[in-house]
Design a protein around this ligand. Structure first.
Ligand code: G1P
Length: 301
């Protein structure tokens, strides 16, 4: 049997301007907002690395230089921390520094949608399959979502996407897939539609922001007409690619937080804090107290 071509590169689009988080995002990229003490974008990079990705390609835009600085070395900071004997922090910062040459940046010059942002990475990806991670979607589970997707890719090749179930009334917020026959790590996708009204949604399995795509997607994106929200939609080009190539979905068994929304972002902060041994015990006491507090309810009224 022919072996599937290895997936070495991951594209992470970080060009969106984060209007939903103004005023915080007036002077800082939304991807740098923190979940506990790490920026949102770090979670996507870690997930990609754990899945065996060797090179990260960021699609950025104006006012995103903080992301480049974050993934660069910080010699003055390291020197100051070393002088103060803060060796734990030094080790932590050194450990998370990407190896030189394994991160690339390109800019989306006009905000035309996710499909256009992915197309902007075509030269850096070249003619090979690539992973795509939308950093707003932050998840945890026994296994990283991208690692699970790699298993499905090894099984079936072609194009694979991760999905989760949403409430039927939420289909208009996501890309939704139609289910075909089952395989070991997922199922065949027989259709994809971007943000359908619940009345016409083919299922309640939504695309959760993790993909492995073949490079032929770029030719389709180049000529893609605008779709939902008057944007160039990746899902529309995937639907066209599915006419000539296979598409499968991996139902992710973990939990994903949509950190592009305030609710998802706050929930992620609570959930990831509770995973931390240094915070869990105190928060188990203080969080229920805050939730039950008469004062917070009076202030909100
Ligand atoms: C994008 C995709 C959509 C997917 C979603 C996951 O939508 O177009 O198919 O379900 O990400 O977050 P966006 O959130 O950019 O509107």
């Amino acid at each position: 049997m022919e072996q599937n071509r290895p997936v070495r590169k991951a594209v992470i689009p970080v060009a969106g301007n984060g209007t939903r988080f103004l005023p915080a995002t007036k002077a800082m990229p939304k991807e740098m907002l923190t979940i506990v003490d790490r920026p949102v974008v770090q979670y996507a990079v870690d997930e990609a690395m754990q899945a065996g990705i060797e090179h990260i390609i960021f699609v950025t835009s104006r006012n995103k230089t903080a992301i480049e600085d974050y993934f660069d070395s910080a010699p003055e900071l390291i020197a100051t921390l070393t002088r103060s004997g803060k060796t734990t922090q030094v080790t932590q910062l050194e450990k998370m520094l990407p190896v030189a040459g394994t991160v690339s940046y390109t800019r989306q010059q006009v905000p035309l949608g996710l499909g256009h942002a992915v197309w902007c990475a075509r030269e850096l990806v070249g003619n090979e399959p690539f992973a795509l991670l939308l950093p707003d979607m932050v998840s945890y589970g026994r296994q990283g979502c991208m690692a699970g997707l790699m298993e499905l890719y090894e099984e079936v090749g072609g194009n694979v996407i991760a999905v989760e179930e949403c409430a039927p009334e939420e289909t208009s917020s996501y890309g939704i897939v139609a289910m075909g026959t089952s395989v070991q790590h997922g199922f065949e996708v027989t259709g994809m539609v971007e943000k359908p009204d619940p009345s016409v949604a083919p299922s309640n399995y939504y695309i959760n922001g993790r993909y492995i795509l073949q490079p032929e997607i770029f030719e389709l994106l180049a000529g893609q007409e605008r779709g939902a929200g008057n944007e160039i939609q990746l899902t529309d080009s995937m639907q066209r690619l599915a006419k000539t190539q296979s598409f499968h979905a991996h139902p992710y068994q973990g939990r994903t937080f949509d950190c592009g929304s305030k609710r998802g972002f706050i929930e992620a902060n609570v959930a990831f804090s509770m995973l931390r041994a240094d915070m869990r015990d105190q928060l188990s006491v203080s969080l229920p107290e805050i939730l039950a507090s008469h004062e917070t309810r009076v202030q909100a009224a």
